[in-house]
Design a binder for this molecule. Structure first.
Ligand code: AP5
Ligand code: MG
Length: 214
């Protein structure tokens, strides 16, 4: 099962990817989480990536593509994976297709979690992310049972630096310009599935599970 999650920033790609990973026992590979782990650990890559991320811009392909494609060659990915946040541009998608073709593999589904821009800014300002394990919550739609701390690891929950309203607007415009064209790209390959991401997160998940089990 090789799945790509598509959708605007804040559409719920990460939320759904984690639920799919838990139910179907395949790893959740998030380019954003990989960058955030590097930022937290103070690596050179993290320092470079942060400059772009804080402005709501995409991290350049030179720093992104090999890193993510290499992650897919790890042992835990041999039965599949859920890619979240990658590919994000047509060149990234073409590089991924070429890398898979080389080893005789292909993607099974590209799932677009569709949420209009109007809903996004409210979602992002209420999101809280764990500094320890990266788990995500929402102060209204999915609050942590431990208040300001993570239910999973107990670490502190924070508002991501790139979730301020001005940065969210920039990320949305970058999404429409550079990432949305992937919807047509994967529709052309016959693997696109769309779900209504404005529903309750469990209903979104039920819609995705119905696709995967059809
Ligand atoms: P990344 O981490 O991928 O961020 P993003 O795409 O902007 O998406 P988000 O993580 O913000 O949203 P999400 O869709 O995962 O939503 P979530 O489930 O958290 O990338 C960050 C940055 O890294 C990029 O801007 C870029 O700079 C760089 N980068 C990453 N990959 C790159 C690449 N391939 N190339 C170049 N640069 C790259 O949900 C959002 C909130 O809503 C949460 O609070 C959640 O609890 C809540 N929520 C979720 N579902 C629902 C629902 N159904 N109803 C109500 N609330 C919900
Ligand atoms: Mg995410």
């Amino acid at each position: 099962m090789k799945i790509v999650m598509l959708g605007a920033p804040g559409a719920g790609k990460g939320t759904q990817a984690k639920m799919i990973a838990a139910k179907y026992q395949v790893p959740h590979v998030s380019s954003g989480d990989i960058f955030r782990a590097n930022i937290k650990n103070g690596t050179e890559l993290g320092k470079k990536a942060k400059e772009y991320m804080d402005q709501g811009l995409l991290v350049p392909d030179e720093l992104t593509v090999d890193l993510v494609i290499d992650r897919l060659s790890w042992e835990d990915c041999k039965n599949g994976y859920i890619l979240d946040g990658f590919p994000r541009t047509i060149p990234q998608a073409k590089t991924l297709d070429a890398a898979l073709e080389k080893i005789g593999e292909h993607l099974d589904y590209a799932i677009d979690v569709d949420v209009p821009d109007e809903n996004i800014v409210t979602r992002m300002s209420g999101r809280r992310a764990c500094v320890g394990c990266g788990a995500t919550y929402h102060i209204v739609y999915n609050p942590s049972k431990k208040g300001e701390n993570c239910e999973v690891c107990g670490e502190q929950l924070i508002l991501r630096d790139d979730d301020k309203p001005e940065t969210v607007q920039k990320r949305l415009s970058v999404y429409h310009e550079q990432t949305q064209p992937l919807i047509d790209y994967y529709a052309g390959q016959g693997i696109l599935k769309s779900v209504d991401g404005t529903q309750d997160m469990n209903d979104v998940f039920a819609a995705i599970a119905a696709i995967l089990e059809a």
